[in-house]
Design a protein around this ligand. Structure first.
Ligand code: NAD
Length: 265
């Protein structure tokens, strides 16, 4: 996947999946604006990319602020001469039961995961339309596709993101811009480590046919593909990177099927 000459912006790229995505896009040749609400982490992540020979700069961005979203796209144009790839990765979560979910929880999560993605994508698309070329990749979630316990606000935000991707795709396909989702299952990042207790980990190992969490790098591979020329005709799709989680139906212990030793994460 050759992204030489391309310019990318990645939100929530100060750590976790976002950092892995930014690193991978830079390895493929793109110049990357590494943005995060945690400006210090963004600086560190961008510095690590530069140290390994990539082109990257950092920007503190709160995706829920329209002026920040606009500045993100403007920075790519000003510093790197354009904007070809935008990845909506920034996301926050909570694990509260439906009746315990407060209005504040719902509004806080929708603001970042859905409204923030819309604002950043709008700013990116306005630039991309000038060249009639662009790739937008949204990081959705299996939690937006299935009803998981405690996922009222988070699941709704990610389901909304998937649907928004379809609408954007239909409206922008003829103008050279593709929009697709990558939907991770359980990925071993700080977010997952903080949120998942042993019971949650055990449940994932049971429900995921590959019997393991994915890695941030496996998500980054899927994003790099969707950002590339090779993915030109993929439009409005969701690529699940989840070890078979979405596809699984009846699951029970079977000596010929179960992995002999449980994975660490
Ligand atoms: N880890 C998983 O298992 C998993 C599964 C499915 C989907 N996802 C999604 O993948 C994405 C990345 O998740 P992660 O596990 O790397 O999370 P993470 O918490 O490790 O990283 C998220 C990053 O987003 C940043 N961020 C938070 N609010 C922001 C805002 N308002 N503006 C800009 N940046 C902000 C944080 O500072 C952080 O650096 C998220 O959208 C998440 O919902 C994660």
């Amino acid at each position: 996947m050759n992204l030489e000459g391309r310019v990318a912006t990645v939100t929530g790229a100060g750590r976790g999946m976002g950092e892995a995505i930014a690193r991978r896009l830079a390895q493929e040749g793109a110049a990357v604006v590494v943005s995060d609400i945690d400006g210090e982490n963004a600086e560190k992540a961008a510095a690590r990319i530069r140290q390994s020979g990539g082109r990257a700069l950092a920007l503190r961005t709160d995706v829920g602020e329209e002026t920040d979203a606009t500045e993100l796209a403007a920075t790519a144009v000003r510093e790197f001469g354009g904007l070809d790839i935008h990845v909506n990765n920034a996301g926050i979560s909570t694990a509260k039961l439906f009746l315990e979910t407060a209005r504040e929880d719902m509004e806080r999560i929708l603001r970042v995961n859905l409204t923030g993605a819309m604002l950043c994508a709008q700013a990116a698309v306005r630039v991309m339309l000038e060249k009639r070329y662009g790739r937008i990749i949204n990081i959705a979630s299996l939690s937006g596709q299935r009803g998981g316990i405690g996922r009222t606000a988070y699941g709704a935000s990610k389901a909304g993101l998937e649907l928004m991707t379809k609408v954007m795709s239909v409206e922008l396909a003829s103008r050279g811009i593709t929009i697709n989702n990558v939907a991770p299952g359980a990925i071993a990042t700080e977010m997952a480590v903080q949120m998942h207790d042993q019971a949650t980990r055990d449940a994932y190992h049971y429900l995921i046919p590959q019997r393991r969490y994915g890695t941030p790098e496996e998500i980054a591979s899927a994003v790099a593909y969707l950002a590339s020329e090779e993915a030109a005709h993929i439009c409005g799709a969701t690529l699940n990177v989840d070890g078979g989680y979405l596809t699984a139906g009846l699951m029970y212990k079977h000596p010929d099927i179960d992995a002999p030793s449980p994975p660490e994460v």
